[in-house]
Design a binder for this molecule. Structure first.
Ligand SMILES: Cc1ncc(COP(=O)(O)O)c(C=O)c1O
Length: 413
């Protein structure tokens, strides 16, 4: 038998203590030894997100009439996102619970617009680079479509000619990532845009990771290529606030080039006794806290704050890259933002990962080719030296003992 609700309640003090001890075995992200799942921009930012979340934790954005505050905050967040990402006049969007929901909504919108235009979308295809996030496969699975994955080019970015060749009569959407998760590189969105325009296919840019990072990195002088609505063929984008927007979890944006397009995202239903229901996204109840948290952090940091956080992240990545080179390791492709996957030509990287894991470093692992994957936060700048020190020791151990990575678990989820 599993657990049942306790007969009598306990004091908050007791419950809180239990919650804290439940977390004892978790990845230690507070001391910046975790480079996946958590984005740590410092105690002050965490506090703003937490307090703002708590202020609106009971409010529900399902009811804009009851909570015009949340409607206003969502509109503001979307407008701020669009202003960063070159949204043209008439561009619009919504907040969602995360990258997966934003992608699901973009794919649904694309499919339903195609249907409205008289296309048969049975077995419709999403054409994506091998490096695109599995959220596209999830969306396809839910929506009766399929994903066709195309191997990436030698530089780990989308292979545009190969993607152009793969377009067929069932292709509904082309995908590019800015950046992709496994390698952290930005796909050639302009070139994908040329193909999308010539072949009249919807282009979605998955900027879940880079949407609220790349624009600030560019302001700091990083040579970020055009990747957003600046590219005319880009029809929709996903950009997460709970990643490099440093908002509380449960906050992303799905953005559209036009309102005419977004109409295909909306679900309406009135044929039941509960009253007419209109929902723009997958969710029914929409947590007010997630919206308020994002709104608050964006106002707290401002452009200056985000630029400073982006600088800390890219500084950390550059310092790490120098350290990797000294240890005979190299990055996959040419990552410009906060993600980096690095490897060696002769070491068992899974074994190295295993050694680092033992020292308390919890990071990702890219399987093809086998590489250690870091999704860096501003807080990592302070631990670059100790990471490199532990990495050096891990490499020495693996070389001296011939330890292998057999049995080392590196699953992403
Ligand atoms: C490039 C990319 N797209 C989409 C997602 C999915 O986002 P979420 O986990 O918020 O659903 C992720 C998550 O890491 C990602 O890296």
């Amino acid at each position: 038998m599993g657990k049942s609700i306790p007969e009598k309640g306990a004091s908050w003090e007791t419950v809180r203590h239990e919650l804290e001890s439940l977390g004892k075995g978790d990845a230690d992200w507070r001391s910046a030894r975790t480079a996946v799942y958590v984005f740590n921009a410092g105690e002050d930012v965490l506090r703003v997100a937490k307090d703002a979340y708590a202020l609106y934790q009971s409010e529900n954005a399902l009811g804009p009439l009851a909570f015009p505050s949340l409607k206003r905050m969502e509109d503001d967040v979307v407008a701020m996102g669009l202003s960063l990402l070159h949204g043209p006049e008439g561009a619009c969007g919504n907040m969602t619970s995360g990258g997966t929901e934003s992608i699901l909504m973009a794919v649904k919108t694309c499919r339903d617009q195609a249907r409205a235009q008289g296309r048969d979308t049975t077995d419709g295809e999403i054409l994506a680079p091998l490096s695109a996030h599995p959220a596209f496969d999830k969306a396809a699975h839910y929506l009766g479509l399929r994903v066709v994955r195309v191997p990436v080019a030698r530089d780990m970015r989308a292979d545009v000619p190969a993607m152009a060749d793969a377009i067929g009569p069932r292709t509904l959407m082309l995908v590019g990532s800015a950046p992709c998760f496994p390698y952290g590189v930005i796909d050639p969105i302009e070139a994908l845009g040329d193909v999308a325009r010539q072949r009249d296919v919807w282009l979605h840019v998955d900027a879940c990771v880079g949407g609220y990072f790349a624009p600030f990195a560019r302001m700091n002088g990083v040579d970020v290529p055009p990747f957003d609505f600046e590219v005319p063929a880009v029809r929709s984008m996903s950009a997460d606030l709970h990643k490099y927007g440093y908002a509380a979890k449960g906050a992303s944006t799905v953005l559209h080039r036009s309102e005419e397009q977004r109409e295909h995202q909306i679900f309406e239903f009135g044929d039941w006794p509960g009253g007419h229901m209109t929902t723009p996204t997958l969710a029914g109840t929409r947590p007010g806290g997630a919206i308020a948290g994002a709104w608050a952090v964006m106002h707290y940091l401002g452009v200056e704050g985000y630029c400073e956080k982006a600088r800390q992240v890219t500084d950390a990545r550059e310092k790490l890259s120098e350290g990797f080179a000294e240890l005979g390791l190299h990055a996959l492709g040419d990552p410009q933002l906060g993600l980096i996957a690095y490897r060696s030509d002769d070491l068992d990287m899974r074994a190295v990962y295993g050694q680092l894991f033992r020292k308390g470093w919890f990071t990702g692992f890219t399987t093809d080719p086998a590489s250690i994957h870091l999704m860096l936060s501003p807080a990592h700048l302070q631990v670059v030296d100790s990471y490199l020190e532990d990495l050096r020791a891990a490499i020495t151990h693996v070389r001296e003992t011939g330890a292998t990575g057999d049995g080392v678990v590196t699953r992403y989820a």
